[in-house]
Ligand binder design. Structure first.
Ligand code: BG6
Length: 485
C-alpha cells in the first residue's frame, strides 16, 4: 500500500539543545526521513542552537554522522543528504545571557511557521521563552515544543505551565509524549472508533478487566542520574502508560480534534481512584552478569530505593468502567520488549456445553511494539471426535503484513509529531491540565511510599518482574498476559 504524503508548508525549526542526545538520535533523523519522503520542503530551515562553539559546517558534519547512525538504510536519492544538510544552520548561544540571540533572530524568516524545540532541561524554559520574546521572535505563528519530564511532581509541573503561559498561549505549546506519535497507539483509536464491533462491548458489563504492559529489555543505560531521581512511576507510568489508559478508557470524542480528544482523556484521569497501597508493586532489577549490572550499580547508588518496575491495579470511577479493574505494569531489564494491551472480556453468561467442555474468555490483544497488530482470541470446538471440547484460538492480524508498503518502515513517532507541530495540530500532544491531573494522581502514591519507607522488591534481570506482581493478579484469580520470552 503506498502512503500518501502531503507536503508541509515551509517552516523554520530552532532546536535548543541542538547538539544533545535527543536532537542527534531523534529530532534530526526524523526530519531527514520526512525530507526524503517529500514532506519537508526544501526551503524549510533547521537551526541548531547550543552552547558549544561550533560553526554551521561543524554542526552539519555532526548531524550527518547522527543521520548515518540513526536513520540508516533510507531509500533516498543520491545527494539527498547533502541537500538536507544545506538547510541546516547553527548558532552558538547562551540561554541565560545575551550571546547569540541577535544572530538567531536574524536567521528566522518573517512569513512562516517558526517552531522552537526546547530540548533542554526544564530549568531553562523560562530563560529561553523570555529571550525569544525580547528578541522579537514570538508572534502568532510561533510554536513551542517541550519534552518530558514535564515536571517532577504537581507543583513543579504547575510552575512550568505558568512559565510557558507567561509567554505563549496554550494553543502554541506542544508537550510531547512520544507514545502518542507511535503509529499503533493511534491505531488504538482507529480500532475503537472506526469499527462498530467493539464499542458496544467496551464497558464494565462485558469487559472483565484490562491489562496494559510496557516491558523493556534495556536497563537505565547512561541516564542513571536522571532515572534514580525519577523511577518507573515518574518516567513511564505518569505519562506513557497513563496516555494509553486514557485512549483505551475514554468516551468517544465528538471529533478527532485537539480539544475534544484531550477533554475526554482528562475526564479519565480525573475519574481514577487513588491506588490502595496493597494494589501496587515496585521492583528493582538485580545483576544478570558482569555486562548487565544490577540497578543500583547501574545508577551508582548502592542504597537506592528507586523502582525500575511498577505494577498496579486501578479503578476508574465512572458509569462506563465501574467495577472493571485496570492493571498496568512497566519495567526495565525484563525478559522481552513488549508493549501490549489486553482487553479481557467476561465469560459467556451461560455455557450450553457443560462444565467439562471448558470455557475461554474472549481477549482482544493490541500489540503496540514490536510485531504491531491485533489478535482476537475466540473460542471454537477442538477438532476431532470425543464430544464438545472448547479451545481458544487466535485470529491474528499483523499490521505489517496487512498494510506494510513494500520494505518501508512505519514512520517514527517523532516524524509524525514534528510534522503535526508544523501543521498546527495539537491532537497528539498533552494539554497542560492533563499533565497536571496525571501528577495529581501520581503524587500521593509516591508520597505514600516515602511515608511508609517502602523498598522495591528485587527481581531478576531477564525475568517478567517481581513475583509480587503475579500475586497482585492471582489474588483476583487473574493472570498477566503479554510478555513473551
Ligand atoms: C522514555 C523513557 O520516555 O521512553 C525511557 O524515559 C524509556 O526510560 C522510553 O526507555 C521507552 O520508549 P520506547 O519508544 O522505546 O518504548
Amino acid at each position: 500500500m503506498v502512503s500518501r504524503v502531503i507536503p508541509v508548508d515551509p517552516f523554520d525549526l530552532v532546536v535548543f539543545g541542538g547538539t544533545g542526545d535527543l536532537a542527534r538520535r531523534k529530532i534530526v533523523p526524523a526530519l531527514f526521513r520526512r525530507y526524503c519522503a517529500g514532506q519537508m520542503q526544501p526551503d524549510s530551515r533547521l537551526i541548531g542552537a547550543a552552547r558549544s562553539e561550533l560553526d554551521s559546517t561543524g554542526y552539519r558534519a555532526m548531524m550527518a554522522d547522527a543521520i548515518r547512525e540513526h536513520a540508516p538504510g533510507r531509500a533516498c536519492e543520491d545527494g539527498t543528504l547533502e541537500r538536507f544538510l544545506g538547510m541546516i544552520d547553527y548558532v552558538t548561544l547562551d540561554a541565560q545571557g545575551d550571546a547569540g540571540w541577535a544572530r538567531l533572530a536574524g536567521l528566522i524568516s518573517e512569513d512562516r511557521v517558526r517552531a522552537f524545540y526546547l530540548s533542554v532541561g526544564p530549568g531553562l524554559f523560562g530563560d529561553i521563552a523570555e529571550r525569544l520574546r525580547t528578541h522579537g521572535m514570538v508572534n502568532d505563528r510561533s510554536r513551542i515544543v517541550v519534552e518530558k519530564p514535564f515536571g517532577h511532581d504537581l507543583e513543579s509541573a504547575r510552575a512550568l505551565n505558568r512559565t510557558l503561559a507567561a509567554h505563549f498561549d496554550e494553543g502554541q505549546v506542544y508537550r510531547i509524549d512520544h507514545y502518542l506519535g507511535k503509529e499503533t497507539v493511534q491505531n488504538l483509536m482507529a480500532v475503537r472508533f472506526g469499527n462498530v464491533l467493539f464499542e458496544p462491548l467496551w464497558n464494565a458489563q462485558y469487559v472483565d478487566h484490562i491489562q496494559i504492559t510496557v516491558a523493556e529489555t534495556v536497563g537505565v543505560g547512561g541516564r542513571g542520574e536522571y532515572y534514580d531521581r525519577a523511577g518507573a512511576m515518574r518516567d513511564m507510568m505518569q505519562n506513557h502508560l497513563m496516555q494509553l489508559l486514557c485512549l483505551i478508557a475514554m468516551e468517544p470524542p465528538a471529533r478527532f480534534e485537539p480539544d475534544p480528544v484531550r477533554d475526554e482523556k482528562l475526564k479519565v484521569i480525573r475519574a481514577l481512584d487513588p491506588v490502595e497501597p496493597h494494589h501496587i508493586v515496585r521492583g528493582q532489577y538485580e545483576a544478570l552478569s558482569a555486562e548487565h549490572p544490577g540497578y543500583r550499580a547501574a545508577v551508582g547508588n548502592p542504597r537506592s530505593t528507586t523502582e525500575s518496575y511498577v505494577a498496579l491495579k486501578v479503578h476508574i470511577s465512572n458509569w462506563r468502567w465501574s467495577g472493571t479493574p485496570f492493571y498496568l505494569r512497566t519495567g526495565k531489564r525484563l525478559v522481552a520488549r513488549s508493549s501490549v494491551i489486553n482487553v479481557v472480556f467476561k465469560d459467556a453468561p451461560h455455557s450450553i456445553f457443560g462444565a467439562e467442555a471448558g470455557r475461554h474468555a474472549n481477549i482482544l490483544s493490541i500489540r503496540l511494539q514490536p510485531n504491531e497488530g491485533i489478535t482476537l482470541h475466540v473460542t471454537i470446538k477442538e477438532p476431532g471426535p470425543g464430544g464438545m471440547r472448547l479451545v481458544e484460538v487466535p485470529l491474528n492480524m499483523s499490521f505489517a503484513e496487512a498494510l506494510g508498503p513494500d520494505g518501508e518502515d512505519p514512520p517514527d513517532a517523532y516524524e509524525r509529531l514534528i510534522m503535526d507541530v508544523m501543521r498546527g495540530n495539537q491532537t497528539l500532544f498533552m494539554r497542560g491540565d492533563e499533565v497536571e491531573a496525571a501528577w495529581a494522581w501520581v503524587d500521593p502514591i509516591i508520597a505514600g511510599w516515602r511515608k511508609r519507607g517502602d523498598v522495591p522488591k528485587p527481581y531478576e534481570s531477564g525475568s517478567t518482574g517481581p513475583l509480587d506482581a503475579d500475586q497482585l493478579m492471582k489474588r483476583d484469580k487473574r493472570e498477566w498476559r503479554g510478555i513473551k520470552p
